[in-house]
Design a protein. Sequence first.
Length: 870
Amino acid sequence: KNLVYDFDEGSRGMKDLLGGKGANLSEMKRIGLPVPPGFVITTEACLEYFEKDNQIFAELEEQIIDHLQDLEEKTGKTLGDPKDPLLVSIRSGAVVSMPGMMDTVLNIGLNDETVEGLGKKTDNMRFALDSYRRLLQMFGDVVLSISSHKFDRALEDLKNNYDIEKDTEMSEDMLKDLIEDYKDIIAKNSSQGFPQDPREQIMEGIRAVFDSWNNERAISYRKINNLPDDLGTAVNIQTMVFGNTGENSATGVAFTRNPSTGEDKVYGEFLVNAQGEDVVAGIRTPHDIKELDDIMPDVYEEFMEIVDKIEHHYKDMQDIEFTIEEGEIYLLQTRTGKRTAKASVKIATDLVSEGIIDEEEALLRVEPEQLEQLLHPSFDEKDIDEEKIITTALAASPGAATGKIYFDPQEAKKAKEKGEKVIMVRGETSPEDIEGMNAADGILTSRGGMTSHAAVVARGMGKCCVAGAGELVVEEESRRFWKDDEIYEQGEIISLNGNTGKVYEGEIRTSAAQLSEEFNQILEWADEVRKLGIMANADTPEDSQTALEFGAEGIGLCRTEHMFFDEERISVVREMILAGNRVERKKALEKLLPYQKEDFTNIFKKMKDRKVVIRLLDPPLHEFLPEKDEEIEKVAENLETTPEKVRDTIAELDEVNPMLGHRGCRLGISYPEIYEMQVKAIISAAAEVSSENSYEVRPQIMIPLVGISEEFSKLKELTEETAEEVLDNQNSEVNFEVGTMIEVPRAAFRADKIASNAEDFFSFGTNDLTQMTYGFSRDDAGKFLREYQEKEIIKRDPFTTIDKEGVGEIVKIAIEKGRQADSSLEIGICGEHGGNPPSIKFCHEEEMNYVSCSPFRLPIARIAAARAEV
Ligand code: ADP
Ligand code: MG
Ligand code: MG
């Protein structure tokens, strides 16, 4: 079995086997780009290694040694050769890129002997020593698990002793001292020690990369990003090229377009005389890629050609790593660049106009979930002007955030859990901070550039980030930062603008998002492609307006109970509920009627001839009841009775389990006059609005919580009779429909029976359906669902993403039975799931007619629906 592949044998299609890095290094090689030679140990080998109790088994070792010999032949260098040693890097490469999460060791092959050889051969002892001290540190950290800080501290001490600032100022002698210090650290902190034998270094390095798949950072990253744990990582062994040989060498990273705005301009940073992760780690402040044109114009030109070639080949924005050794450029990595939502929309539309991809492909390039960022508020320009600016730094990830400052990731996480808004402030971030960053609303760092850890991670998470605020001194230990003599302590509120890089004192109000031209373009393409209808959940004329602006074709769920909570109305509602008899209840309902009619009139006027699905009263009545004494007294007065009597009635209405109690259509059965009033309000409003305008209003009356077909047939009859009476009286016509909300599992199993009552539509209320299918209380499940996810009993929260296997099966049954009885039955979904992309895909596959979701999720739903079709 092939456990190892040369770069010459691979291609981008082999990601599962070679990991992202290995597959793309192979691909770049294949299209003729300058990639240092090397080979890949497969993910299958990694999994077998785990199976064999973390042993590099004989077959694997043999293949590795074979490939090392090939590499020696190719490069004309030999491992451990004291005159001209072959040096390699050992690089992890998972199938899905996990930036900064796994480990890499550079300069493998150096030892006390070969370092001399390298120095002499290159006539550059300083460089050889610099490479060696880096190897000792990386090997110590990655393979021997010695904290990197120990090495960093030794380096800091040395620089202080010699009074130098930059690591490039270290002389040969200083480097020799440092190497001795590093060896001491290794001797003190590891029983194993640093192996002088290059082969041993390689085998230990490979083992460490394999093992890093299971380190805490990697596990936590996979959890946050919903990635499976059983993929394993590939390992790349690659000939070293050196960016640290002197002024003629450099290392850098670049995006083929701006990852923040999407602008079609190469965006990158580099450091002269540096190696590997120096740029990303924010050790020195890197140069803008444009400056390469001044320093090495020929290399710059070649680089630009390479960028063009890569982007045309991959047909997407790429994130690349390169190194320049003595004026020669080498590519060390490419991958699809992470980008902000704003950039993803801009790049997708630009690539279409450049003729590189087509419109359907463009739809696949924008992640609907990520677009949510663009639908979120940003700061009000006016308010911004009045606030005190603390500092201005790099606008590393767009958006706006206001919150209390926290310095410790764990404390940030706790604050978030308490419901606080959190701004995480750090000197710079590292992968250990990931949970704190995940909890934060915004991130502020005092060091690092646009490609620093904080910036990259924040963009991926869609969080606002301001980076490299060099004017600030961040003191994490004492939980504060300061600028000049102004001190900011933990818990104080600041605001970040990720679009401008400005940091403000205090809280700033935010305003609603504006859709860009490009975003609207994508949405137009989505609307052309999608088959699913997109409706909105909207209860008020204001919601309806927002819904229309975000492209709703109608209202899929208008809940009537929210209308009851208005201050004026609630006391009438209470009278209605607490009335001792039907006559009194009808009196109260008469008072409510004009309110309800007005609500519907205003909504219909907004929605015109678009469908509006109105759900009749659903929640248990106790939700409306008074609790305070004065409220009870007021109701008693209105009902001309005593507070005691009212209290008795309240006690009678008390339910042990109200969510499974007297609610939904059960109320309509017990108190038909309530539904009667609502139907009257709907039909008379519809008749009036239709007669006064040139359009025909189309109300769809929905009966909630049906489980038994007789519930539906009785209430449908009631609805139709009431409507007829209204219409006869007003001598007008309204084209209304009556349907069921399917949310009780029994309704799904009896869907044929329910549909045969001349039913017009089904709408799946998947919140209740999920609750009842699992027997999980929606209001209490939060307490244990997280544990269920941690213990991998369930993958996802079924209240967010539809549970296809269980709830989905029930939905399928209902659709099949419903359509069997009535092939023209209109079917939609109106639970939270209607705005969730994977759930939308499911609805598309089950051939529903529409999904309905909250207004702000409409653009996401439109694109998700289109992607389901593409
Ligand atoms: P990560 O996945 O964390 O980016 P990489 O394996 O890409 O880790 O490597 C870390 C750094 O080392 C990168 O900057 C990369 O370009 C550099 N690097 C890796 N291999 C080599 C090599 N053979 N020669 C020079 N630099 C290398
Ligand atoms: Mg790394
Ligand atoms: Mg890399």
